[in-house]
Write a protein that binds this ligand. Structure first.
Ligand code: CP
Ligand code: NVA
Length: 307
């Protein structure tokens, strides 16, 4: 048996344990203590899309854990020339101990995980971005002390990978989650239904006015995700009322935090004064990719018995 991380639902039983491990590894590493929990292990990272944070944080993370990373772009490997995902999964499983995959589609992600005999960790696909949301929940826990009962408001593209993983992640953590988005960009129903199963308050609305009232956390993401580029002009028009500005932040709780997974496009989903303002934790969030993913890699590897 091996454990994968493709959806937030894959960590529904141990989300807070993984977050706490990430926090512990961060503290230990900053004190100069050894955290080589994956000594000699190899991680293969396959990228079908661009990345700054995911690539660097996974590579540095496995190195700090005593292991090694191999970067593969689909432009350079046989997968990009028609070798099957199935054969790629079989072959890589013979060489390395874990795979991180940034995929164009959730179908490809699931296919790789199905055939690999080692843990597969999603570095994002078109449906979810679980590593980012686990990181964001870790960041909220660091700033707020806890997760349960927090009011989380996401404004922007409600039908992208971040919105879907936020719905599930907030649901699992028993946070109240509100997605504010034009109706044509509301989340896929299955994510809303799953989030509600955990008993959290889930609200989907297109009303941006007053939407941040009493919020503990306000988050957004780009209006034009990777793969949506052909719709850029249309999307900018459709989302134009949904920019997070100082006025929206001022309605939230005085100690509310602002989050963005980055990359950000200032003047569109958020104004630069908010992103760089006193409520913003966007660079703590970026840093925490490193620590949260170390918690993820250690947990998945230790709980797999594939050798
Ligand atoms: N947030 C995030 O996943 O960033 P990258 O696309 O730079 O990896
Ligand atoms: N929703 C964005 C996230 C980038 C990290 C995208 O898929 O491009």
């Amino acid at each position: 048996m091996k454990r994968d991380l493709i959806s937030m639902l894959d960590v529904k039983d141990d989300l807070e344990e993984i977050i706490d491990l990430g926090i512990k590894l961060k503290q230990k590493s900053k004190k100069g203590e050894s955290i080589e929990l994956l000594k000699g292990k190899n991680l293969c990272m396959i990228f079908e899309k661009s990345s700054t944070r995911t690539r660097v944080s996974f590579e540095v993370g496995i190195t700090l854990l005593g292991g090694h990373a191999i970067f593969l772009s689909t432009d350079d490997i046989q997968l990009g020339r028609g070798e099957t995902i199935e054969d790629t999964a079989f072959v890589l499983s013979r060489y390395v101990d874990m795979i991180m995959y940034r995929a164009k589609s959730n179908e490809a992600m699931k296919e790789l995980a199905q055939h690999a005999t080692i843990p597969v960790i999603s570095g994002l696909d078109d449906k979810e971005h679980p590593c980012q949301v686990i990181t964001d929940l870790m960041t909220i826990k660091e700033h707020k002390g806890n997760l349960k009962g927090m009011n989380f408001v996401y404004i922007g593209d409600g039908n992208n990978n971040m919105a879907h993983s936020y719905l599930l992640g907030c649901g699992i953590a028993e946070m109240n989650v509100k997605i504010v988005s034009p109706k044509q960009f509301w989340p896929d129903d299955c994510y809303v239904k799953e989030a509600k199963k955990f008993g959290a308050r889930v609200e989907i609305t297109d009303k941006i006015r007053d939407s941040t009232k009493d919020a503990d956390v306000i988050a957004t993401d780009t209006w034009v995700s990777m793969g949506d580029e052909t719709e850029k002009e249309k999307r900018i028009k459709e989302f134009r009322e949904y920019t997070i500005d100082k006025k929206l932040i001022s309605l939230a709780k005085p100690d509310a935090i602002f989050m963005h997974c980055l990359p950000a496009y200032y003047g569109y989903e958020v104004t630069k004064d908010v992103a760089y303002g006193k409520h913003s934790v966007i660079f703590d969030e970026a840093e925490n990719r490193l620590w949260a993913q170390m918690g993820i890699m250690v947990t998945l590897y230790k709980q797999s018995s594939f050798r």
